[in-house]
Write a protein that binds this ligand. Structure first.
Ligand code: PA5
Length: 425
């Protein structure tokens, strides 16, 4: 559920009258989105994944690996964050790790710790050419060789139709899943890209997709009827009025990676043509003690999005006769966390700062599917209202080509530009 009530009337000046007018543009945008989904157009196709994803194919591919102890996903950006969000939210006996950086310390430490013969290597790259992913994979493969582990027996590939990774999978006859056509990385969590790890960890993939389908069913031509569109429209409207930062503040450790996933979705999709809303990752209640001061009393350039599950497993706080602490005893950590959530919301409202409340039933497969789908739909709507190309990432591609060029992996003018700049320093 999305409650936009606390975003109205706050100082950037968002009124119901304005939202009523904006709703006419939401209706047009919804038509564009629905047409794009029906035609399976690039990007919009991602919003059809709850129906088009094939859980049987995913399960068949992972069934090659019997009872792994761990899975290491080698991928970056959209090829890692969706799977990481699910893995870090849901409990499993199969440990999930992510090599989404080329920090040598981190990679070496992880490889030293892992039981490689019991580990599945899940290599994910849509383009099949991303330097960080392929470099890490070569390192992991070598480590397995050195441990006497046949890496071809322990590797699952998820990739697009072309690229080095596809060729490698074919050459070694590795189990391979396809990244569905028309699905950009940061919108791919409900596809093979995000769901293979969930399947390897024994999670209910169908329930995740059912949650996505519930999200899809709630899309309509009005922001007042669709929680996802309400969030997208209000975020857009506030950004137009100066709320150029969107603080994603989940009150659940299990949703910390969700904030990372959201940050990529929002930044890479909407940061175009000199506009966009900068996502800031935070965690309640921890960051109340580090950042809330700024959110309540700093520049009036923020929307704070508070996220929480309505139900969670709880831990009782023991009674105490310590003076002044009796109010805690007999309560629970969950009640305290909820009180912190509500106090933060009230504190921001009292300071005339806009917030939106997003609640899910509990942190489980279905609710996560709906939450992730809803944020994707919100982002697509925002992109339509802001008239940006939501599904491209030219700045990211520039950097990728330049880095490859600097290492001699292609002749790119971007690499020359970086080399010139380096000489200046
Ligand atoms: O959202 C995106 O398109 C990017 O973040 C990509 O997911 C990221 O750059 C990784 O690309 P690839 O999957 O081609 O390795």
């Amino acid at each position: 559920d999305v409650d936009i009530g606390s975003a109205l009337g706050t100082t950037p000046g968002l009124t119901t009258e304005y939202l009523d007018r904006l709703d006419e543009r939401v209706a047009d945008a919804h038509e564009t989105i629905a047409d794009g989904m029906a035609a399976e157009e690039f990007g919009y196709a991602a919003l059809s994944l709850p129906e088009t994803a094939d859980p049987d194919a995913i399960r068949a591919a992972v069934s090659e690996f019997q009872d792994p102890e761990a899975v290491v996903t080698v991928g970056i950006g959209g090829s890692a964050l969706g799977a990481a969000t699910l893995a870090n939210a849901l409990e499993s006996d199969v440990d999930a790790h992510f090599l989404d950086n080329v920090d040598p310390d981190h990679t070496a430490r992880l490889l030293a710790e892992l039981p490689l013969s019991e580990t599945v290597i899940n290599v994910v790259s849509n383009s099949g050419t991303t330097a960080e992913t392929l470099a890490n994979f070569l390192v992991v493969r070598e480590a397995m060789d050195q441990d006497g582990v046949d890496w071809t027996e322990r590797t699952l590939v998820t990739t697009g139709p072309e690229g080095n990774l596809r060729r490698l999978a074919e050459r070694h006859d590795l189990p391979a899943l396809d990244v569905p056509a028309g699905v950009p990385g940061r919108f791919s969590v409900l596809s093979t890209v995000g769901l293979a790890v969930a399947a390897l960890q024994g999670h209910d993939v169908e329930a995740i997709l059912r949650g996505g389908a519930d999200g899809r069913a709630s899309l309509s031509g009005s922001l007042y009827e669709s929680p996802a569109y309400a969030y997208g429209a209000v975020s857009y409207a506030l950004a137009e009025r100066g709320a150029l930062t969107n603080v994603l503040l989940p009150y659940a450790e299990s949703l910390e990676t969700f904030a990372e996933w959201f940050a990529q979705l929002w930044a890479e999709s909407l940061g175009k043509d000199g506009v966009g809303q900068t996502p800031a990752r935070a965690l309640g209640a921890t960051d109340q003690h580090s950042q809330l001061q700024l959110y309540r009393a700093g520049p009036r350039d923020k929307l704070v999005t508070l996220v929480r599950p309505r139900e969670r497993a709880d831990v009782a706080i023991p009674e105490t006769d310590l003076e002044g602490l009796s109010y805690l005893g007999g309560g629970s950590l969950g009640e305290l966390l909820d009180a912190e959530f509500e106090a933060t919301e009230a504190s921001l409202a009292a300071a005339d700062r806009p917030t939106v409340r997003v609640e899910i039933d509990r942190v489980d497969e279905r609710a996560l599917g709906e939450l992730l789908y809803g944020m994707e739909a919100a982002c697509v709507l925002y992109g339509e209202l802001a008239t940006v190309e939501t599904f491209t990432q030219p700045a990211v591609e520039w950097g990728k080509r330049a880095a490859r060029g600097l290492l001699g992996g292609g002749e790119f003018s971007e690499a020359d530009a970086v080399a010139d700049k380096r000489e200046l320093v």
